[in-house]
Design a protein around this ligand. Structure first.
Ligand code: XIL
Length: 398
């Protein structure tokens, strides 16, 4: 296991070094290793020598019509230092939690729209748009709902009614104000072959029609919003393409029986595993060939760190592999014009979900725990600046 991790990191670092020097990995591999010019490398990584200069990510991405986004936590809006980055660098925002059912309806029939309203208003004030996230997911459901269902209070039909009501209430409140909605989230198994998980909370309790119905209701509730199915590992991130195939099959059935506009690729990567950027690009192309739009919705690249407060990678090669994997994801997105937005799941390690969810890991964002831009940020700047010279213009999002 340790060997595998090391070799993947080494491959990432070789690639990253090749990008920095303009050479190829193959050339880098045959050359006698020279003493690295640390000062030159450091200044390149710091961004000063990169074509992006001091331009913001959103202004650079705008040149090819790509929206670049971040998930936002409440403090990203309310704290001046966070807000300067959120509004300065990004032009599409996803509420990290504030539109989830457990937050908006903590007691049955009692609603709290504070966080969601704040985010929608913040987007408007800063010339940005919103990705709504998410209407139908097995996680972060209100306790009153899961308890009642566990106690057998509702028939399948009654539970479907509650979901319908939830979708109409939430989408109705923000009708015309949300660019993309994640209607269903994470319904596919992690097995090969993959498919809709028969043990998914919604499938078990509301029946297999729930996904189709959710998309039908969502289209009725807000015909202006682009409707997405969102999942992880649905573009080869796990090294297999099983979930991509299942996701494409699900989308095809939704195109026939309901309404779907796009696929959300979460894009949570980890430097300890290998993955294929070519596979991701091919999968994005395949979704596009089906007439679907694509959004990278929750990108981050985590690695093992010393502790969750400082988040210094324990393997120095990870400092190269991390930005390299970010870049490869961005390039896969830039290559396909139907990919209309690229969102990171939080912009700073300070409030990233990673240390709380993956033991011993962190360093997953573009900015460090002190809100300083990291190598991945500079890499994004330079890639987006270069994209203006050749990446295709995005297809129009509605
Ligand atoms: C995460 C949030 O970032 C955390 O704050 C929360 O505690 C759990 O959920 N996939 C998703 C997101 O679709 O909604 C999750 O967000 C991360 C994984």
């Amino acid at each position: 296991m340790t060997m595998r991790r090391r070799s993947v990191l080494a491959a990432g670092a070789a690639g990253a070094a090749a990008v920095l020097t303009g050479g190829t990995s193959a050339a880098a591999a045959t050359r006698t290793p020279a003493t690295p010019d640390r000062r030159r490398l450091a200044s390149a990584v710091a961004g000063s020598a990169w074509p992006g200069g001091s331009a913001s990510l959103r202004s650079l991405a705008d040149k090819v019509g790509l929206r670049i986004g971040s998930a936002l936590y409440p403090e990203d809006i309310s704290t001046a230092s966070h807000s300067a980055i959120a509004s300065g660098q990004f032009d599409v925002y996803t509420p990290a939690n504030e539109m989830k059912w457990e937050v908006v309806e903590p007691e049955q029939g009692t609603f709290d729209w504070t966080g969601a309203d704040n985010l929608v208003n913040y987007a408007k004030a800063h010339g940005a748009v919103v990705r709504g996230h998410c209407l139908c997911w097995h996680s972060q459901l209100p306790a009153w709902l899961t308890t009642d269902v566990a106690n057998g209070k509702y028939t399948q039909a009654q539970l479907l009614d509650l979901l319908e009501q939830h979708i109409f209430t939430e989408m109705g409140r923000y009708r015309g104000k949300i660019w993309q909605w994640d209607v269903c989230n994470e319904f596919l198994t992690d097995t090969s072959p993959s498919g809709v998980d028969p043990n998914n909370w919604w499938i078990v309790n509301a029946g297999p029609e729930v996904i189709t119905k959710a998309f039908q209701w969502a289209h009725e509730a807000d015909p202006f919003a682009l409707l997405f199915y969102n999942d992880y590992n649905n573009a080869g991130e796990d090294g297999t393409n099983a979930k991509f195939r299942a996701c494409a099959a699900l989308a095809e059935s939704l195109q026939k029986n309901a309404h779907i506009d796009g696929i959300g690729i979460q894009g949570h990567l980890d430097t300890q595993y290998g993955w294929s950027p070519e596979q991701m690009r091919e999968d994005i192309e395949s979704y596009a060939a089906m007439g679907l739009k694509v959004a990278v919705t929750e990108a981050d690249v985590r690695t093992f760190v010393n502790n969750s407060a400082d988040q210094v990678p324990t393997d120095s090669l990870a400092q190269f592999a991390q930005p390299f994997e970010y870049q490869e994801m961005l390039k896969a997105a830039l290559a396909v014009p139907e990919c209309i937005s690229f969102t990171v799941w939080g912009f700073t390690d300070e409030n990233s979900w990673v240390p709380g969810s993956f033991k011993g890991e962190g360093y997953a964002c573009l900015y460090d725990v002190n809100l300083r831009p990291k190598a991945a940020y500079s890499a994004f700047q330079s890639d987006l600046a270069l994209a203006a010279f050749g990446a295709p213009q995005r297809v129009a999002g509605r």
